[in-house]
Every structure is written in structure tokens, then in C-alpha cells.
Write a protein that binds this ligand. Structure first.
Ligand code: UD2
Ligand code: MN
Length: 573
């Protein structure tokens, strides 16, 4: 009754700002009612009837509890795992409209939002998505959105080959979910152009993009829409929860962080500001989005000319849009009271569609257009990007010019202001370089002996010819790890027991099992690591048995000679 009343009293002004306007050479955008906020009244948007009904549901995966296949249900497990990268056989056993746990900050449960909110088109690109995860995405959106706010759900089929994606899907939707329709693309276009195709047909005020294996949580919509109703240049992301790929358990990723990246363009997270922590239910500013899940007003999206259409298949579009939003006069926030679950796949099941290094090319396009001199920090780490032809960028550069977008330096100094502290663009020099020689047996050096991941390393006769020293050449980096020169492998100790082996493991730069310190006055190389077993905790020190040429870590002892090591070159500054 309440929702009906809201619908009736909603007010719009007629303002067909986009009529006949061809933007960016795309299809003309349909005449539209433009949303304008005229009423600041706030209401409780919870659908208590639905919430109470959900609370009673029992069965596999209900309430987001982990689920398992019985042995008789297991036949399709491998086959479906391989093509999806998650446990799709289990997905088929879980109700399409299962209940998920309401894990929002408790303050969200009493929060009110504007009664007058804009309408929504939800756009979901998919390529060979498994049918039950795809339908669960659509159904969770329909069931947890106020009907009069949700205008449509547009699935964009990016040339899937699975039979279900074609006529059976159309038929199913026509019979069961009339608000949902599919655009079938005639060729593989990649997720970016698929989203653009959906956005071009969207009729509502706000576009919400979702991945095709997501589940919307309780009252997810109002917190995403209110900041946009207040300022159409604000783009809003929900918290992304984790749907575990094996059990479909629904759980929180964390209680929020600001989105960022490192200089290889890996998505990273920066801590919340003290100010944000004081208001755990309020939207907070975030430098970049994770990519797949966000709400943006259709007006602002097209003022920014959507995505760069030259971005192919997958990757980089989250940076392009984030930089564009901030640099061209908008802002991005995360809304803690809006939560959407996402299946982070165990592995990407798609073969490269024969398009070469499309991620590198996408990154190059984004860097060239938006990052100014900072692009070099990316190229320093990926020198081959300099040789990738990014293709034609005139449209993107003209847009930047036309909208008077700010320089990337402004973005780094004002929006992602703590990024360079955590991810220095130019990494400080190495602390120690060269051979690591034992002082009790000075003819012996640490030797990585062509060992690989998970294999223990030991000692060998030192090689005096520096040119032949490949396996006795290490760096103690500013990350505080010890790297095998020229390989992405680090000294790693995961065994908490005394005299644990030192093994090689891919460097992660996050301390943990790879955290070392060189104590120059005592010549001790101590493994700071994690204190796994408190009584035998760290630090432990690098020690050896010269007779067996064995290397291990044990309790530090400044007097032990076998614990003394000389790093060939040490940088004391
Ligand atoms: C993340 C984002 C994703 C996107 C990507 C970078 C989240 C939760 N996910 O990776 O949305 O920003 O980073 O590009 O933030 N798809 C197509 N055509 C393709 C490939 C993918 O339609 O050629 C669809 C796919 O079915 C899915 C969406 O695009 O719905 C995103 O792909 P993903 O799930 O493989 O990306 P993900 O979550 O690893
Ligand atoms: Mn995804």
C-alpha cells in the first residue's frame, strides 16, 4: 500500500534534454523524462513482507549457508566446473530465489531514503554464463527491488554458444519474467561493448550494471539511488559480497575500503578514512570502482560518452570510467547499505578469443588518454605496452578536451591521495644485492639451484666469477622480501616448526611468510614472518648446517656463527 502511494505521488518535470541529440556517433537516445528532485521527504523502503517470507525459507543454500552436492548429484560436477570456473552443478540445486543473509551494518536497517527516487534499468552483459546463476541474478533483482523503481532488466548476450542462451532463454523470460529481456549480439563484442549496447536501449533514469553471476541483497536499491537523486554526477557502487565459488556461501568481503590500483593496474584497496569510519552507513568517496557493479545516471553516463568503444573483451574499463568520472567533474562513492553478492570465479574458463593481448591494449588506451605523465609508471613495469598499438584515440582525447577534464595529477593528489604512499610509482632501491655468504663456512653461499615454487633451497660453493653467478644472486627489496635475481620467486617460510626449510614461492610483496630483515651490525638475516606458533614464534634467523649444505630458520642467537651472513652489497642509505 505504501509503495503504491509513493508511485502515485512521484513527480517528474518534462525536460527532453536529449531529443534528437546524436552523441558520439551512437544511436540517437530516445526522448526521456529527466529526473529532478523536488521532494526531500524520506521513508523506510524495506519490503517487510518479503523480508519475513525470506526468513522462513529452508533448503540448500538458503540464508546463504554453504551447500554441498550429495555423491549421487555429483556426476556433472567436473564438466560444469570446467566451463564455468565455479560449482555450477551446485547452483542448479539451489533455488533461483533463495534468501541471502542480511549482513548489512545494523544501522542500515533503520535508515530512511528519499521517497522520490529515479527509475532504474539494470544491465547485465554475459558470455556463456551458466543458466541458473544468470537467472538468479535477474530474479534477485526483481524480488528485492521496489517494482515501480525497476523499469527493466536488460540481459546482453555477448554471442554465447550455450544453447540455453538463445531461444530457450527468450521463451523462459517471456513466460516467467516479463520485465527481463535479452539483446543477442551478432558477434563476440566483449563486456564493454555489451554494456554499451544495453545502455543504448535503457529507458530509465539510472543505469545499474551487474555481472551475470550476482545476487542483490535486501533493500539494495534505495542506497544506490539516493546519492544520484541528489547529484546526477555521482556514481554509486554497492559493497560487493562474496558468493563462494565452491559452496555458494554468501559472506562479506570486508566492511568497506576505497578502491585503487597499483602500477601494474592490479585492483587494490585503500583503507577507509577516519571520517568514513565515524559514519559506517553513509556513502564514502572511493577513487576507483571494482568494475562490474555500479549505478550511474543515464544522463551523466552519456555526457561522458559511455565507455571507450575501443576497449575489447575484458579489462581496464573500470579504470577508464572511474578516471573519467573524477577528472571530468563527477564523483564516485560506495554505499555501505547496498550489498550485492558476486561469484569470484576460481579460474577464468574462457579461452582467449584470438584477440592477442587485449588487456594490455585496453590498459594502453586508458593510460594514453587519461594518465598523462603517470602512464610511464605503468610502462616502466610493462615495457612492452609501449609497443602495443592502442588504435585511434582521437574521440577519447577530444572528449577530455571538450569537457575540460582535470589532469591525472589532480586525481592522484586529491582523490587517491594515499595511493602513492602504499604503491610508490618509483620503488625505492634494493637494500641488499648479490651473493649471501655464510661467515662460519665462508666458502659457502645461499644457492637457489634452479629450484622452483615450493622447493627448499640450500648452500653451494660460492661462485667467484660474478658473470656465472645466476643462482647465487639475490635482492633484499624495499618490500622486505628476498628475491631470486631475475625471477618472480622469493624466500618463503610457511612452516612454524623449528629448523623449518626456506622454500621458493612467487613473491607477493605483502610481508607475511616472505618478510625478512638484515641486521647489519650482527650480520643476522632474520625472518620476521608471521608468528604462527607463539611459543616458537618469529623472528627466527637464517641458519645452516654447512656439512649438509642445508638452510633453515631457527631461534635467533647473536653468538651463533652459522647464523652470520654477509650480503655482498648493502645500501645503508
Ligand atoms: C571484474 C569485474 C567485471 C569487469 C572486469 C574487468 C567485478 C565484480 N567484476 O572481473 O565486471 O569490470 O573486472 O573488465 O567487479 N562478459 C561478456 N563478454 C566477454 C567477457 C565477459 O559479456 O567477452 C561478461 C561476463 O559474463 C560477466 C561480465 O562480463 O557478466 C564480467 O566478466 P567476469 O565476471 O569474467 O569479470 P570479473 O568478475 O572477473
Ligand atoms: Mn564477475
Amino acid at each position: 500500500v505504501l509503495l503504491f502511494k509513493v508511485f502515485k505521488t512521484r513527480q517528474y518535470t518534462q525536460n527532453n534534454a536529449f531529443v534528437g541529440n546524436r552523441i558520439n556517433g551512437l544511436e540517437p537516445i530516445a526522448p526521456r523524462d529527466e529526473f529532478e528532485l523536488v521532494d526531500n521527504e524520506k521513508i523506510d523502503w524495506h519490503d517487510y513482507e518479503k523480508i519475513n517470507a525470506d526468513a522462513l525459507r529452508r533448503g540448500p543454500g538458503e540464508q546463504g549457508k554453504p551447500a554441498y552436492l550429495s555423491s549421487s548429484e555429483n556426476q556433472d560436477y567436473d564438466k560444469l566446473y570446467k566451463v564455468n570456473g565455479f560449482n555450477a552443478a551446485l547452483s542448479d540445486k539451489i533455488a533461483l530465489d533463495r534468501a541471502v543473509p542480511d549482513i548489512r551494518n545494523s544501522g542500515c536497517k533503520t535508515k530512511k531514503y528519499l521517497k522520490q527516487l529515479p527509475s532504474v534499468s539494470v544491465i547485465v552483459p554475459f558470455h556463456n554464463e551458466h543458466w541458473t546463476t544468470l537467472l538468479r541474478t535477474a530474479i534477485s533483482v526483481i524480488n528485492r527491488s521496489p517494482p515501480h523503481l525497476l523499469r527493466e532488466v536488460i540481459l546482453v548476450d555477448d554471442f554465447s554458444s550455450k544453447e540455453f542462451s538463445k531461444k530457450p532463454l527468450d521463451d523462459y523470460l517471456r513466460a516467467n519474467l516479463t520485465k527481463v529481456r535479452v539483446i543477442h549480439l551478432p558477434e563476440r563484442s566483449g563486456l564493454i561493448r555489451a554494456r554499451l549496447a544495453g545502455a543504448r536501449e535503457a529507458k530509465a533514469d539510472v543505469l545499474i550494471f551487474l555481472d551475470s553471476h550476482t545476487e542483490a541483497n535486501v533493500n539494495w536499491l534505495p542506497p544506490l539511488l539516493e546519492p544520484i537523486a541528489q547529484d546526477y554526477k555521482t556514481c554509486v557502487c554497492p559493497f560487493i559480497d562474496v558468493i563462494q565459488y565452491e559452496t555458494f556461501e554468501y559472506r562479506a568481503q570486508d566492511e568497506g575500503a576505497r578502491g585503487a590500483f597499483d602500477w601494474e593496474f592490479f585492483y587494490k584497496r585503500l583503507p577507509l578514512l577516519l571520517e568514513d569510519l565515524k559514519h559506517p552507513t553513509e556513502p564514502f568517496k572511493s577513487p576507483v570502482m571494482a568494475g562490474g557493479l555500479f549505478a550511474i545516471s543515464k544522463k551523466f553516463f552519456w555526457e561522458l560518452e559511455g565507455y571507450d568503444e575501443g576497449l575489447d573483451i575484458w579489462g581496464g574499463e573500470q579504470y577508464e570510467l572511474s578516471f573519467k568520472i573524477w577528472q571530468c567533474g563527477g564523483q564516485m562513492v560506495d554505499a555501505p547499505c547496498s550489498r550485492v553478492g558476486h561469484i569470484y570465479r576460481k579460474f577464468a574458463p574462457f579461452p582467449n578469443p584470438g584477440k592477442g593481448d587485449f588487456v594490455g591494449r585496453n590498459y594502453r588506451r586508458v593510460a594514453e588518454v587519461w594518465m598523462d605523465e603517470y602512464a610511464d609508471y605503468l610502462y616502466m613495469r610493462r615495457p612492452h605496452y609501449r609497443n602495443i598499438n592502442p588504435g585511434d584515440l582521437t574521440k577519447q582525447k577530444a572528449l577530455r578536451e571538450r569537457l575540460h577534464c582535470k589532469p591525472f595529477k589532480w586525481f592522484i593528489e586529491n582523490v587517491a591521495f594515499d595511493l602513492v604512499l602504499k604503491y610508490p610509482p618509483v620503488e625505492p632501491g634494493d637494500f641488499g644485492v648479490g651473493e649471501i655468504r655464510n661467515l662460519a663456512a665462508p666458502e659457502l653461499c645461499v644457492d637457489s639451484g634452479f629450484k622452483e615454487r615450493d622447493q627448499p633451497i640450500g648452500l653451494q660453493e660460492c661462485v667467484s666469477d660474478t658473470k656465472k653467478r645466476g643462482e647465487q644472486n639475490f635482492t633484499l627489496t624495499w618490500h622486505k622480501d628476498i628475491r631470486v635475481k631475475g625471477k618472480p620467486l622469493c624466500f618463503d617460510v610457511s612452516d612454524p616448526n623449528d629448523k623449518a626449510d626456506v622454500v621458493l614461492y612467487p613473491c607477493h610483496g605483502m610481508k607475511g611468510n616472505q618478510y625478512w630483515k638484515y641486521d647489519v651490525p650482527f650480520s643476522l638475516l632474520s625472518f620476521v614472518g608471521k608468528a604462527v606458533v607463539p611459543s616458537r614464534g618469529n623472528p627466527r634467523c637464517l641458519d645452516c648446517d654447512p656439512g649438509q649444505k642445508r638452510l633453515f630458520v631457527t631461534t635467533c642467537d647473536e653468538k651463533s656463527k652459522t647464523q652470520k651472513w654477509r650480503f655482498e652489497n648493502v645500501n645503508l642509505t
